[in-house]
Design a protein around this ligand. Structure first.
Ligand SMILES: [Zn+2]
Length: 291
């Protein structure tokens, strides 16, 4: 809640409000205490993660042993539409599902905003104030770029401090399909030139992408005067796409080798569209897609 929203809340509750400077100072205290709690929380999470990994590999039980783990990483923003001024990135251990690290990026500082008029009226006075403001570490702005790049920037920060923070290397990243952050940390080589960071795809996101690809296929085919969608048995209906996506996910989850997965996926495609009522063009197109 910002100073303005807090003021409005006080007005509605008929309570005396804080001056914006007092509000800022209270908000700073609250934020600093939240950071301390957050650090304790992450350390406890790292302890549990190490304990769970040690059950599989006892050699990593000691905290001073460097441990390689698989994590999932994603970013989120305060508002939608790639214009948010505040974003957060978060690293989650795949084995336990515990959050190991998070970092907030902000391209907004209320104190700097309040001095916008001074900046226009007296540049020298503003420069003095700005130097003091930045030097004191009070400026809340820690990012100068587009909202989309926040996720990438946070990933670099968290990969760079993983060894110092938890004595862990995030060597496998389970990706949501967006590989910008993975490419950034991969190029950065935070664990030295010989330690390669690998990417694995999240099956739920692959399944989502399959659904999107099949819907796009219907649109592309209709432009070429080929009808794949529509209603009726044997057509690529929305229900058929949903079922194909479910069968695809199941085939990947319940098999261990890629050839077994492929056979199971193809079996689901044959099952869905091998009936006599399925249009020949649809059968041919789908088999081409899955093959
Ligand atoms: Zn500032």
């Amino acid at each position: 809640m910002g100073a303005h929203s807090f003021q409005r809340l006080c007005e509605n509750l008929d309570l005396p409000c804080l001056h914006h400077k007092s509000y800022q100072s209270q908000a700073d205290k609250l934020y600093s205490n939240t950071q301390k709690v957050r650090d304790v929380f992450f350390s406890k999470a790292a302890e549990i993660v190490r304990k769970e990994h040690a059950k599989r590999d006892p050699s990593v039980a000691e905290p001073q042993t460097l441990m390689d783990i698989a994590v999932s990483y994603d970013g989120s923003w305060l508002t939608r539409g790639h214009t948010s001024l505040i974003g957060v990135g978060c690293v989650i251990d795949v084995l336990t599902g515990l959050v190991l690290d998070a970092h907030v990026m902000s391209s907004h500082c209320q104190a700097c905003e309040n001095k916008k008029t001074l900046q226009k009226e007296d540049a020298d006075k503003f420069a003095v104030w700005e130097r003091q403001h930045l030097g004191s570490g009070e400026c809340e702005r820690n990012f100068f770029g587009t909202a989309g790049m926040m996720e990438v920037h946070v990933s670099k920060i968290m990969w760079a401090r993983s060894v110092m923070k938890h004595n862990m290397r995030y060597t496998i990243v389970v990706s949501d399909g967006d590989s910008k952050s993975f490419n950034a940390v991969s190029e950065m080589r935070p664990y030295g030139p010989h330690c390669i960071i690998e990417k694995e795809d999240c099956i739920n996101h692959v399944c989502k992408r399959l659904g999107t690809a099949l819907r796009n296929l219907i649109v592309d085919a209709s432009k070429r005067k080929i009808t794949l969608g529509g209603r009726g048995e044997g057509r690529l209906t929305q229900n058929a796409i949903r079922r194909l996506s479910i069968y695809f996910t199941r085939a990947v989850r319940s098999n261990t080798t890629s050839s077994e997965m492929r056979d199971a996926i193809m079996a689901s495609v044959y099952y869905m569209f091998s009936k006599a009522s399925a249009p020949f063009m649809l059968q041919r197109t789908l088999f081409m897609v899955f093959l």
